[in-house]
Write a protein that binds this ligand. Sequence first.
Ligand code: G6Q
Length: 571
Amino acid sequence: MTRTPVDPTTTPAWQALAAHHAALSPDLRGWFAADPARADRFTHTVADLHVDLSKNLITDETLDLLVQLAEQVGLAERVEAMLTGERINITENRAVLHTALRRPAGATPGLVVDGQDVDGDVQAVLDKVYEFAEKVRSGAWTGVTDKPVATVVNIGIGGSDLGPVMAYEALKPYVQPGLEVRFVSNIDPTDLAETVEDLDPTTTLFIVASKTFTTLETLTNARLARAWLWRRLVEVGAIEDTDEARTDAVAQHFVAVSTALDKVAEFGIDPSNAFGFWDWVGGRYSMDSAIGTSLAIAIGPDAFGQMLAGFHAVDEHLRSTPFARNVPVLMGLLNVWYTNFFGAHTHAVLPYDQHLHRFAAYLQQLTMESNGKSVRWDGTPVTTQTGEVFWGEPGTNGQHAFYQLIHQGTRLIPADFIAMAHPAHPLVDVDAPGRPDVHELFLSNFFAQTKALAFGKTADEVRAEGTAEAIVPARVFSGNRPTTSIMGPSLTPSVLGQLVALYEHITFVQGIVWGIDSFDQWGVELGKKLALEIAPAVAGDRAALDAQDPSTQALIRYYLAHRRAVPDLED
Ligand code: G6Q
């Protein structure tokens, strides 16, 4: 494995792409009219997903050149390095093996890294998570009054929260009736307070999910939750107010997920009630590790296993499909095309599926924490723009809000549209004349939007509708606004796994082209450290306050003046 990233801008493919871009006049109307096979040729399949790239600003030559770029930056070698456990997370000196989390049991040859049986380790934890999930689901796991669990509260943040929340929301139809999972992440105590407010402490199970078990937000919320549990259990007469009773309550109402089992024990959680993982799983790549324990409880081991199989199918596609048909590779390269050659700054992800309402929030972390970097993995500056801003909302809500800018604004905003053929609900609008199937109406919007964005509406078409001349320009749509359409059969656990793995690998491909380490997050670490340093100042410590810069001092003084009366701090 080479330690020096290839500078993509120096490759022959990059130069050729620049010339190609300069000469290209995007014309989706003309391109489709001249080439009826365009849709077929630019549509590919990855596992159960049907991915139509034809409404992108590309020709055959564009894709050829992008594939050459992937070859010239050594993408194939990097994919293999990741999958075989090389330490490609250079700045943290770690392997990057989230793909090992979803390898099927008994896969041959087995994955051994640095003498460690990775497959065996993964399977052992998965078995433990599944056994626990079954106990909770069957009612065999009980609280201090022998009642089964009704509500699981997952306490975590960032990678230990966003993936599980997104997946729980996505797979709601698969959740066992009578079981609910809630998620607490924010250190703003309102989050925990409102989450537990109406809960019965005797039927509540907390999962403290933290890779490091040092994260301020999570540990603070875990302590608050423990205090709430003790107080409420005493209030409802479930336990005596004694140290022994409190210790027992933690054992029955708290479990943990972490790589730091010693710290779990310090918190008072029995390590036998803790589920481990490894430093080679990045936080934002961890929803299919034990971090997904809350999800495994909610949907059960079978469905969780199907989700892992979905992830794995896309991993195999990445590994073995030629780049010209490799969906994550092509989608990653398209993002590079728009970011670096068209100057696009953002990328919209628009799921036409209410169950995916947290998907964009999840993707924001995955993509922006991974590729929001200014230096390459060898410490040298990047040579071109990196990481786009990812954002989105479920359709059709967005249509009535920000789509205006995507359709008629001055900026180019590449967008991914996602929809499922089958809805997860049986609703039929029997009162709607001639159109009882609401899902069809919903999907009509999905199809209409990408069509409008691609083909627009000319001035002549607007005039032909009888529009007054003065208003014609405002009603013209330029078209040539690029979109990718992703369709699946229905949002099953497997399809969700496929979607997530697809975006994980798109992110990886972009990172490799740009030469950056997509698996560290030093930008997050600074904030964590500074908050701890500033905390004494906020608590009123004069020396700590004086040590701050003038703006920060003034802000803290504002807070102190309003929240606390500390007269000796007045100037
Ligand atoms: C993800 C990041 C970050 C992390 C959180 C929570 O890739 O590392 O979002 O997941 O800071 O960290 P812990 O799981 O260690 O509490």
